[in-house]
Design a protein around this ligand. Structure first.
Ligand code: 13P
Length: 251
Protein backbone atom coordinates (compact mmCIF):
# COMPACT_ATOMS: atom_id res chain seq x y z
CA UNK A 1 0.00 0.00 0.00
CA UNK A 2 1.43 3.43 -0.87
CA UNK A 3 2.41 5.58 2.10
CA UNK A 4 -0.07 8.38 2.54
CA UNK A 5 1.22 11.56 4.12
CA UNK A 6 -1.22 12.97 6.64
CA UNK A 7 -3.02 16.24 5.81
CA UNK A 8 -4.09 18.48 8.67
CA UNK A 9 -6.57 20.97 7.24
CA UNK A 10 -8.29 23.87 8.98
CA UNK A 11 -11.68 25.08 7.77
CA UNK A 12 -12.18 28.54 9.22
CA UNK A 13 -15.76 28.66 7.89
CA UNK A 14 -17.25 32.18 8.16
CA UNK A 15 -14.68 33.33 10.69
CA UNK A 16 -11.70 35.63 10.37
CA UNK A 17 -11.07 39.31 9.90
CA UNK A 18 -7.90 40.58 8.34
CA UNK A 19 -5.54 41.24 11.25
CA UNK A 20 -6.42 38.20 13.36
CA UNK A 21 -6.56 35.92 10.32
CA UNK A 22 -3.09 36.92 9.18
CA UNK A 23 -1.75 36.52 12.71
CA UNK A 24 -3.18 32.99 12.99
CA UNK A 25 -1.84 31.91 9.59
CA UNK A 26 1.63 33.41 10.09
CA UNK A 27 1.85 31.87 13.57
CA UNK A 28 1.12 28.41 12.10
CA UNK A 29 3.49 28.97 9.17
CA UNK A 30 6.27 29.92 11.59
CA UNK A 31 5.71 26.80 13.72
CA UNK A 32 5.64 24.60 10.63
CA UNK A 33 8.78 26.14 9.13
CA UNK A 34 10.71 25.77 12.38
CA UNK A 35 9.47 22.21 13.03
CA UNK A 36 11.75 20.88 10.29
CA UNK A 37 10.80 17.52 8.80
CA UNK A 38 7.33 16.47 9.91
CA UNK A 39 5.04 13.64 8.87
CA UNK A 40 2.14 15.83 7.83
CA UNK A 41 1.08 18.55 5.40
CA UNK A 42 -0.79 21.53 6.81
CA UNK A 43 -3.50 23.58 5.12
CA UNK A 44 -5.69 26.50 6.16
CA UNK A 45 -8.92 27.40 4.36
CA UNK A 46 -9.80 30.95 5.38
CA UNK A 47 -12.88 32.80 4.14
CA UNK A 48 -12.62 33.98 0.53
CA UNK A 49 -11.78 37.54 1.59
CA UNK A 50 -8.58 36.30 3.24
CA UNK A 51 -7.31 33.77 0.70
CA UNK A 52 -5.08 36.27 -1.08
CA UNK A 53 -3.62 38.07 1.95
CA UNK A 54 -3.06 34.79 3.83
CA UNK A 55 -1.42 33.19 0.77
CA UNK A 56 0.85 36.21 0.48
CA UNK A 57 1.74 36.16 4.17
CA UNK A 58 2.70 32.48 4.20
CA UNK A 59 4.34 32.35 0.76
CA UNK A 60 7.65 30.51 0.89
CA UNK A 61 6.57 28.41 3.91
CA UNK A 62 5.14 24.87 3.77
CA UNK A 63 1.69 26.06 4.93
CA UNK A 64 -0.83 25.60 2.09
CA UNK A 65 -3.93 27.73 1.56
CA UNK A 66 -7.35 26.73 0.23
CA UNK A 67 -10.82 28.06 -0.47
CA UNK A 68 -14.04 26.77 1.08
CA UNK A 69 -16.17 26.50 -2.06
CA UNK A 70 -16.09 27.26 -5.78
CA UNK A 71 -18.61 27.61 -8.60
CA UNK A 72 -18.70 24.90 -11.28
CA UNK A 73 -18.18 27.54 -14.00
CA UNK A 74 -14.91 29.38 -14.53
CA UNK A 75 -16.50 32.83 -14.68
CA UNK A 76 -19.72 34.57 -15.68
CA UNK A 77 -22.90 36.14 -14.34
CA UNK A 78 -22.98 34.43 -10.93
CA UNK A 79 -23.26 37.18 -8.35
CA UNK A 80 -21.53 36.38 -5.09
CA UNK A 81 -19.87 33.20 -6.34
CA UNK A 82 -16.17 32.48 -6.76
CA UNK A 83 -14.62 30.62 -9.67
CA UNK A 84 -11.88 28.06 -9.07
CA UNK A 85 -9.43 30.00 -11.31
CA UNK A 86 -9.95 33.01 -9.02
CA UNK A 87 -8.95 30.95 -6.00
CA UNK A 88 -5.89 29.64 -7.82
CA UNK A 89 -5.04 33.19 -8.88
CA UNK A 90 -5.36 34.32 -5.24
CA UNK A 91 -2.78 31.73 -4.16
CA UNK A 92 -4.94 28.76 -3.18
CA UNK A 93 -3.80 25.21 -3.91
CA UNK A 94 -6.91 23.48 -2.54
CA UNK A 95 -10.66 24.00 -2.31
CA UNK A 96 -13.26 22.32 -0.11
CA UNK A 97 -16.36 21.23 -2.05
CA UNK A 98 -19.60 19.68 -0.83
CA UNK A 99 -19.20 20.57 2.83
CA UNK A 100 -22.36 19.49 4.68
CA UNK A 101 -23.07 23.12 5.58
CA UNK A 102 -23.27 23.86 1.84
CA UNK A 103 -25.19 20.67 1.07
CA UNK A 104 -27.72 21.63 3.81
CA UNK A 105 -27.82 25.43 3.64
CA UNK A 106 -27.46 25.82 -0.12
CA UNK A 107 -29.16 22.66 -1.34
CA UNK A 108 -26.03 21.28 -3.02
CA UNK A 109 -26.37 17.75 -4.36
CA UNK A 110 -23.77 15.21 -5.45
CA UNK A 111 -23.93 16.21 -9.14
CA UNK A 112 -23.20 19.85 -8.28
CA UNK A 113 -20.38 18.83 -5.95
CA UNK A 114 -18.85 16.70 -8.72
CA UNK A 115 -19.09 19.67 -11.12
CA UNK A 116 -17.37 21.89 -8.55
CA UNK A 117 -14.62 19.31 -8.06
CA UNK A 118 -14.15 19.12 -11.83
CA UNK A 119 -13.85 22.93 -11.95
CA UNK A 120 -11.27 22.78 -9.16
CA UNK A 121 -9.25 20.20 -11.09
CA UNK A 122 -9.41 22.26 -14.28
CA UNK A 123 -7.98 25.20 -12.35
CA UNK A 124 -5.15 23.06 -10.96
CA UNK A 125 -6.59 22.90 -7.44
CA UNK A 126 -6.85 19.85 -5.21
CA UNK A 127 -10.54 19.28 -4.38
CA UNK A 128 -11.39 18.23 -0.83
CA UNK A 129 -14.69 16.42 -1.38
CA UNK A 130 -16.80 16.20 1.79
CA UNK A 131 -19.25 13.43 2.60
CA UNK A 132 -21.06 12.35 5.75
CA UNK A 133 -24.35 11.01 7.06
CA UNK A 134 -26.90 12.75 9.29
CA UNK A 135 -27.80 11.42 12.73
CA UNK A 136 -31.12 10.18 11.36
CA UNK A 137 -29.34 8.23 8.63
CA UNK A 138 -26.85 6.74 11.10
CA UNK A 139 -29.60 5.67 13.47
CA UNK A 140 -31.43 4.07 10.57
CA UNK A 141 -28.32 1.98 9.80
CA UNK A 142 -27.71 3.83 6.52
CA UNK A 143 -24.36 5.50 7.24
CA UNK A 144 -22.23 3.28 4.98
CA UNK A 145 -24.71 3.34 2.10
CA UNK A 146 -25.19 7.12 2.28
CA UNK A 147 -21.47 7.85 2.38
CA UNK A 148 -20.67 5.42 -0.45
CA UNK A 149 -23.37 6.95 -2.61
CA UNK A 150 -22.07 10.47 -1.89
CA UNK A 151 -18.53 9.41 -2.79
CA UNK A 152 -19.68 7.75 -6.01
CA UNK A 153 -21.82 10.73 -7.02
CA UNK A 154 -19.46 13.54 -5.99
CA UNK A 155 -16.28 12.43 -7.78
CA UNK A 156 -15.80 13.77 -11.29
CA UNK A 157 -14.10 11.85 -14.10
CA UNK A 158 -10.35 12.20 -13.75
CA UNK A 159 -10.33 12.26 -9.95
CA UNK A 160 -7.15 10.73 -8.59
CA UNK A 161 -4.87 10.72 -5.58
CA UNK A 162 -3.04 13.83 -6.79
CA UNK A 163 -6.06 16.07 -7.32
CA UNK A 164 -8.61 14.77 -4.81
CA UNK A 165 -8.89 14.32 -1.05
CA UNK A 166 -12.00 12.89 0.62
CA UNK A 167 -13.21 14.26 3.97
CA UNK A 168 -15.59 12.09 6.00
CA UNK A 169 -17.52 14.40 8.29
CA UNK A 170 -20.54 12.87 10.02
CA UNK A 171 -23.03 15.75 10.14
CA UNK A 172 -23.97 15.02 13.75
CA UNK A 173 -20.32 15.39 14.85
CA UNK A 174 -19.74 18.83 13.32
CA UNK A 175 -19.56 21.62 15.87
CA UNK A 176 -21.36 19.48 18.44
CA UNK A 177 -18.44 18.24 20.53
CA UNK A 178 -19.52 14.68 19.63
CA UNK A 179 -17.02 12.57 17.73
CA UNK A 180 -17.52 9.26 16.06
CA UNK A 181 -15.84 6.35 17.85
CA UNK A 182 -12.57 5.08 16.43
CA UNK A 183 -14.37 1.87 15.44
CA UNK A 184 -17.09 3.78 13.55
CA UNK A 185 -14.50 5.93 11.80
CA UNK A 186 -12.46 2.85 10.83
CA UNK A 187 -15.55 1.18 9.38
CA UNK A 188 -16.60 4.21 7.30
CA UNK A 189 -13.08 5.00 6.07
CA UNK A 190 -12.54 1.40 4.96
CA UNK A 191 -15.86 1.54 3.12
CA UNK A 192 -14.85 4.82 1.43
CA UNK A 193 -11.52 3.26 0.41
CA UNK A 194 -13.36 0.31 -1.14
CA UNK A 195 -15.77 2.67 -2.90
CA UNK A 196 -12.88 4.61 -4.43
CA UNK A 197 -11.69 1.54 -6.34
CA UNK A 198 -12.61 2.04 -9.98
CA UNK A 199 -13.81 5.60 -9.32
CA UNK A 200 -10.51 7.39 -8.68
CA UNK A 201 -7.00 6.91 -10.01
CA UNK A 202 -4.61 5.34 -7.49
CA UNK A 203 -7.41 4.73 -4.96
CA UNK A 204 -5.02 3.36 -2.36
CA UNK A 205 -3.14 6.67 -2.38
CA UNK A 206 -6.18 8.96 -2.02
CA UNK A 207 -6.14 10.68 1.35
CA UNK A 208 -9.29 10.29 3.46
CA UNK A 209 -9.62 12.86 6.26
CA UNK A 210 -11.87 12.67 9.29
CA UNK A 211 -13.72 15.78 10.44
CA UNK A 212 -16.18 16.56 13.22
CA UNK A 213 -15.18 17.98 16.60
CA UNK A 214 -11.51 17.02 16.21
CA UNK A 215 -9.58 18.57 19.09
CA UNK A 216 -6.24 18.06 20.84
CA UNK A 217 -7.77 15.62 23.34
CA UNK A 218 -9.13 13.17 20.72
CA UNK A 219 -6.79 13.74 17.75
CA UNK A 220 -4.17 11.12 18.62
CA UNK A 221 -6.76 8.34 18.84
CA UNK A 222 -8.51 9.39 15.61
CA UNK A 223 -5.31 9.93 13.63
CA UNK A 224 -4.11 6.44 14.57
CA UNK A 225 -7.14 4.78 12.95
CA UNK A 226 -6.42 2.72 9.83
CA UNK A 227 -7.30 4.64 6.66
CA UNK A 228 -7.50 8.00 8.48
CA UNK A 229 -5.06 10.18 6.57
CA UNK A 230 -5.55 13.44 8.41
CA UNK A 231 -8.18 15.78 9.79
CA UNK A 232 -10.50 18.52 8.57
CA UNK A 233 -10.83 20.75 11.61
CA UNK A 234 -13.35 23.53 12.18
CA UNK A 235 -13.52 25.25 15.57
CA UNK A 236 -10.16 24.04 16.87
CA UNK A 237 -8.39 25.33 13.75
CA UNK A 238 -9.13 28.90 14.86
CA UNK A 239 -6.82 28.55 17.87
CA UNK A 240 -3.16 28.21 16.87
CA UNK A 241 -2.16 26.15 19.93
CA UNK A 242 -5.05 23.71 19.44
CA UNK A 243 -4.58 23.28 15.69
CA UNK A 244 -0.86 22.82 16.15
CA UNK A 245 -1.43 20.27 18.94
CA UNK A 246 -3.70 18.29 16.58
CA UNK A 247 -1.03 18.34 13.88
CA UNK A 248 1.68 17.29 16.33
CA UNK A 249 -0.12 13.98 16.89
CA UNK A 250 0.99 13.16 13.31
CA UNK A 251 4.52 14.38 13.70
P1 13P B 1 -15.75 21.24 13.89
O1 13P B 1 -14.32 20.80 14.00
O2 13P B 1 -15.97 22.63 14.43
O3 13P B 1 -16.70 20.22 14.43
O4 13P B 1 -16.08 21.37 12.31
C1 13P B 1 -15.77 20.31 11.49
C2 13P B 1 -15.94 20.75 10.09
O5 13P B 1 -17.05 20.96 9.62
C3 13P B 1 -14.72 20.98 9.28
O6 13P B 1 -15.04 21.15 7.94
Amino acid sequence: MPARRKLIAGNWKMNGLHAAGLELATDLARRLASAGTVGFDMLVCPPATLVHPVAGAVAGTPLAVGGQDCHPKESGAHTGDIGAPMLADAGAGFVIVGHSERRQNHGEDDALVAAKAAAAHAAGLVAIVCVGETLEQREAGQALAVVASQVAGSLPAGADAANTVIAYEPVWAIGTGKTATAADVAEVHAHIRATLAGRAGKPDAVRILYGGSVKPSNAAELMAVEDVDGALVGGASLVADDFWAIAETCR
